[in-house]
Design a protein around this ligand. Sequence first.
Ligand code: MOS
Length: 745
Amino acid sequence: MSVLPSIGQPVSRLEGHLKVTGGAKYAGEYNIPGLLYGYVINSTITKGKIMKFNTGPAKALPGVIEIFTHENRPSLAWFNQQYADMDAPPGAPFRPLHDDKIKYNGQPIALVVAETFELARYAATIVEVEYEEEVFNTKLEDHLADAHAPAVGLATMLKPLPPKPRGDFESAYAGSFAQVSAEYLHGTEHHNPLELFATTTIYEGEGKLTIYDKTQGTVNSQLYVGNIFGLHFKDIRVISPYVGGAFGSGLRPQYQLFMSVMAALELKRNVRVTLDRSQMFTFGHRPPTIQHTRFGADESGMVTAMNHSAVAETSQFEDYTEVVVNWANMLYPASNTLMEYKLVNLDVYSPLDMRSPGGSTGLHAIESTMDELAYKLNIDPVELRLINYGHTDASMGRPFSSKELKECYLQGAEKFGWSNRNPETRSMRRGNKLVGYGMATGIWEANQLPARAEAMITKEGKLQINSAVTDIGTGTFTVMAQIAADELGLEIDDVIFSYGDSKMPFAPIQGGSFTTSTVGSAIKAAGKALRKKLLKKAVYMKNSVLKGAELDDVMFENGYIVLKNNPSLCVSFQDIIAGNNGKVIKTTNTSFPNVFRLKKYSRATHSAVFVEVEVDEELGIINVTRALTAVAAGKIINPKTARSQILGGMVWSISKVLHEETISDHNLGKYMNQNLGEYHIPVHADIHEMDVIFVEENDTIINELGVKGVGEIGLVGMPPAIANAIYHATGKRINQFPIHLDSLL
Ligand code: MOS
């Protein structure tokens, strides 16, 4: 009986039931007997020194166990680099409780440990701290003269610096028929996943720890803890099967992990540290940026000169970078280019990758500049993109492994009804609302990293797969089970996937849209090796009906190895296990990206986004009434979870353009809306009709699965599409996000 392929099926997420019924436990929900609770105290000044703690009254409260500060913390690793992690930018990583120096507002400076969370939190409020304040700088606009090229480090491998200038931008721009230039401003954003950051550390005795951590990388947290506290890696087990959203905030170990582990080791007790919502604004953010573009085109619409320059904020201790200005020439083949990217060090915490880091920033500038050019030349915005279609990646001078962006434009425009658009601004109405249609392009990188996976056939004849990878809510668990099922010809119900555990074979941090290609390839490799191993065992069984069979001669179907040219001859997995003296058959394998082949190609996902807005002329209220994203992302393993990824990015796009911003008071050097009451995000009433198309894209180069990843592409093209639609509706080009209604009045 044959099994239908699982890949390509819209399988509902396997852990969905557990999540919606409360059965899925998150890092802060492991109620271990004898658990102690930690509450972190954060600096109320922005820069300076801690002169004195008065912890006496707090410590005297019955039930308060200990208060840790830089004065009584244990001895820790000496060198800055021991505090680095898989996502650390160049520089000296922040070291919690290191010394008396305050580097940013909200810096964790003490941990109160008590019998209950409420007591720890109360005790924290009566700890007095005396500071000596110093002058600080937190405002990007005021320090543009200090902008410098970012330091280069390991992280630069996945985040390339801007491409070198090509041709002669200045003279080509000066001489071009049509010129467009603009400035784009983005504010700070915080990730704000629903699940608060939390770590529950179980002290197992003799320096052994089991750690339930909210993270996007179990091995990343394991290595961090081992390096800092001088423990053997094998004595540290980090577990994180369910993650209630992260969006990049869990790519680096955060300070609650440090605090929880430190207290557990010192007190030899089980300790949980949970951050509260305001503390979620104290460890990384999407950096504010200032961008400038200058595009020049000839009469036919061909863009011949492109300049894209960006300045972004970083901390005083790390040069956080993201890819903002590399995209324009990847998309459009102008031969005169000038791409610049600079950083300003300010007295803030290091920025941190936030979903589509750099791309959702840079593409706004690029695609709104293209939109402006379309009006200037009186060419339809879709047509302008087709005129400038990059069949190869001009910035790197190499072909794409695949690129079905043209189909995205065409299929997207068709389904959206783009042809109903009147090209004039303020020309379309619905009652007292101005209606606007806008479109834009999205592009995001398709990377793969090395990973390992274990595959085994259990005594019951099921397929067990193991990987340290997390599932940050993207559907990884389900998608990996689908890949494994197909590799062994099983129903997905016959696959058990264990993940989110550093004890399992290595997986890198989950992010960068590279998890399906990375861990999927490892699982495919392990599955393939397991097939070989099973066949070998089957062939050498006593009186085997498969005697002499090679891998090409057989099929794996529903728990049997079947001879292709005589399907009545087969051996079941269970019989193979029995023939193996009842022992499970397993294999662990590593997959690497094929770098020698891949370096000849640029690899990216693409999208075309179409948006309709309604703008109330009197009130300035903006509604995104319709949006459609057409995506080319190689093979889609699971159209349901992939669609959810794109929809999530589309909802976030509405948030980014219309709602979301962390407001700073630069006199205090402090974020002023550290709560979900004043940090605006969209609600159901803000979200209307949304549609996703996956365009067929066959990529035989990128990896064996042909997958590119869909985690981030949904948030790249839609922000400029919304801004362009608002321009079409109102005739007002607002280049500062979020776009508030008062800017339209
Ligand atoms: Mo994503 S910003 O790589 O979690």
